[in-house]
Design a protein around this ligand. Structure first.
Ligand SMILES: Cc1cc2nc3c(=O)[nH]c(=O)nc-3n(C[C@H](O)[C@H](O)[C@H](O)COP(=O)(O)O)c2cc1C
Ligand code: SF4
Ligand code: SF4
Length: 276
């Protein structure tokens, strides 16, 4: 199969997914690349996106063991045109959950054919100096792995006779993914709110630069008084990590329990995994 063009779709409030996807694309070595950055609400508003590129690459972070729920309207309206798709999920060294299975099923329903799946690790959005979780991930080794994954995917497609030949036909992700998409439709995604409070602000440190307002993917921060709308905030902590003066802070709820849980689950460094 000849692959000359790619459409890359990603969501990455704190930048880990973007880095992994970018290394993957470098490894695939395709010149003609278009990007849809789902951090931007105007991009998410592009419903009924029809895929005309030779391949689609989707990169999403894991939120509460699933994909971010508010991306459903965008993802469930893609028209895949039977094109090959690469799925990449990035998680914070706690658990990849069932986000990959969920994405596998959603993209299948949109007439996309999964040819490669990769689970990578990124610094946890809740990571702070007192509680570092996967600090500095993806590191050089992760990014080399992502690049190799891209190279092998390119080689696989080159050798394939057609999409039937390249497609992964996976029974287990199909069963699990169908269950998760069903449950996801019923249950709210609240893990961020269970663990953390709304990002706080120290007015003495704030320079009113507005960077947090611009970096918020949900447009939850008021431009004038910098207050945050509780109903919109998804606790992605892009505003905290992008604040140049350290004026915003992540605060945990039930600190002892949350610290114990995150420490226990995230203690051992996990490794990227992929299948082709
Ligand atoms: C609300 C929320 C829920 C999360 N849930 C999980 C999880 O279930 N498992 C995990 O390992 N990491 C979890 N994470 C961490 C992110 O998956 C991880 O930090 C990822 O690298 C973020 O990607 P980004 O830097 O591209 O935004 C969660 C992060 C947020 C904000
Ligand atoms: S206000 Fe909430 S949604 Fe917006 S960047 Fe901060 S944590 Fe993310
Ligand atoms: S990014 Fe930081 S310094 Fe800039 S307006 Fe937001 S809180 Fe203030």
């Amino acid at each position: 199969m000849e692959i000359k063009s790619a459409l890359v779709i990603f969501f990455s409030p704190t930048g880990a997914t973007r880095k992994v996807v970018s290394s993957f694309v470098q490894g695939m070595n395709i010149d003609n690349i278009q990007i849809v950055n789902l951090n931007l609400s105007k991009e998410r508003a592009k419903l009924k996106l029809t895929i005309s590129s030779d391949i689609l690459i989707i990169g999403l972070p894991v939120y509460g063991k699933r994909i971010p729920k508010f991306l459903y309207p965008f993802l469930t309206n893609i028209e895949g045109n039977n094109k090959p798709v690469v799925l990449i999920t990035v998680y914070g060294n706690i658990s990849p959950g069932w986000a990959m299975e969920e994405l596998y099923v959603i993209t299948r329903r949109r007439n996309l054919r999964a040819i490669a799946l990769g689970k990578f690790i990124g610094e946890h959005s809740f990571s702070v100096s007192a509680l570092p979780i996967a600090k500095g991930r993806p590191d050089q080794a992760d990014l080399s792995e992502a690049k190799m994954f891209g190279k092998l995917t390119g080689e696989k497609l080159m050798a394939a006779q057609g999409i039937e030949d390249a497609e992964l036909k996976l029974a287990k992700p199909l069963i699990v993914g169908n269950m998760i998409t069903f449950l996801h439709a019923i249950f709210p995604q609240k893990s961020g709110n269970i663990f953390t409070k709304l990002p706080s602000i120290n007015v003495n440190l704030c320079q009113m630069c507005g960077i947090c307002v611009q970096s918020c993917p949900k447009q939850a921060i008021d431009r004038n008084d910098l207050s945050i709308r509780r109903d919109l905030c998804i606790r992605c902590f892009s505003c905290v990590k992008n604040c140049p003066s350290g004026a915003r802070e992540i605060k945990f709820k039930k600190k002892i329990v949350v610290t114990w849980f995150l420490n226990k689950q995230g203690r051992f460094s996990k490794k990227p995994e992929y299948i082709l």
